[in-house]
Design a protein around this ligand. Structure first.
Ligand code: PGA
Length: 248
C-alpha cells in the first residue's frame, strides 16, 4: 500500500512572519491527521522558521530546489548538505518553472537527484507536458523521456514523482480525473519497465490547480497517490482540507 503524500509548494511566497503565522494556524488543523505524509516546501529564507515550528509534529519539510555540488564557489546556490542540516527531509527537483525559466534540463535534474540521495534527502521529481506538447500528441513521449533521463542510474527508493501538466499549473484548469489517471498509469508503467515490482511502491502525485474542491475526486483515481499543491497551499484552512481529503 502506498501512503498518500500531500505536499505544499509555496514557490516564491511568504516572509518569515507569514510563515510563522501559517504554521500557527495549520498545525492544529492536521494534528490528528493519520496515514498521510504531509510536506511543506517554503522558500529557502523560511526553512529555519518552518523547521523550528514543525518539531514534534507530523509535518515534514522540503526545499524547492538544490544544487548538485556539496560546497564550493557556486554563488547563490544551496547544497543538499545545507538542506539536510537545516531540517529538510525532501527536496523538489525539476519543477516546470525551473525547467522553463532557469534552463534546468533532464541531465541537471538527474545530477541533483543523485546529489540529494547522497546526503539522505528524499526527492520529489516533477515531470509534465506543455499545452503545445499535449495538443500535438507528444504527452507520452515527453513523460517517457523525463522519467528515463531524470531517473537514469537512480534506485527505486526515496523518490516520489509529481506529474504536473504545465497547462494546469496556476491556471485554474485542472486535468480531468480521466486525464490524470491516464498519465499516472502511463508513468507507473514506465517506472515498472525501469524498476519492475519495486515501482508499485513509488508514489505518483498530481499537481496543477489542486483545490479543496477537486482533491477528493483526484485521490479517487487508482494511480493518484497524492498531490503537489501551489496556490491552494498558501492558506492554512485550504491546505488542511486538502491534506484531510476524503477519497471519492
Ligand atoms: P498550482 O501549482 O497548484 O498553483 O497550480 C502547482 C505546482 O506548480 O506545484
Amino acid at each position: 500500500m502506498r501512503t498518500p503524500f500531500i505536499s505544499a509548494n509555496w514557490k516564491m511566497n511568504k516572509t518569515v512572519d507569514e510563515t510563522a503565522a501559517f504554521f500557527k494556524d495549520f498545525i492544529p488543523l492536521v494534528r490528528d491527521t493519520e496515514g498521510v505524509d504531509i510536506v511543506i516546501a517554503p522558500p529557502f529564507t523560511s526553512l529555519h522558521t518552518a523547521a523550528t515550528m514543525i518539531k514534534g509534529t507530523n509535518i515534514n519539510l522540503a526545499a524547492q530546489n538544490v544544487y548538485f555540488e556539496d560546497k564550493g564557489a557556486f554563488t547563490g546556490e544551496i547544497s543538499p548538505v545545507m538542506l539536510s542540516d537545516i531540517g529538510c527531509s525532501y527536496v523538489i527537483i525539476g519543477h516546470s518553472e525551473r525547467r522553463q525559466y532557469f534552463g534546468e534540463t533532464d541531465e541537471v535534474v538527474n545530477k541533483k537527484i543523485k546529489a540529494s540521495h547522497k546526503y539522505g534527502l528524499d526527492v520529489i521529481m516533477c515531470i509534465g507536458e506543455s499545452l503545445q506538447e499535449r495538443e500535438t500528441g507528444k504527452t507520452f513521449e515527453v513523460l517517457k523521456r523525463q522519467v528515463a533521463l531524470g531517473l537514469k542510474d537512480i534506485p527505486a527508493t526515496n523518490i516520489v514523482i509529481a506529474y504536473e501538466p504545465i497547462w494546469a499549473i496556476g491556471t485554474g484548469k485542472t486535468a480531468t480525473t480521466e486525464q490524470a489517471q491516464e498519465a499516472h498509469n502511463f508513468i507507473r508503467r514506465e517506472l515498472a519497465s525501469l524498476y519492475g515490482g519495486a515501482s508499485e511502491d513509488i508514489r505518483i502525485l498530481y499537481g496543477g490547480s489542486v483545490t479543496p474542491e477537486n482533491i477528493d475526486a483526484l485521490m479517487g483515481c487508482p494511480d493518484v497517490d497524492g498531490a503537489l499543491v501551489g496556490g491552494a497551499s498558501l492558506k492554512a484552512e485550504s491546505f488542511a482540507r486538502i491534506v484531510n481529503f476524503k477519497r471519492s
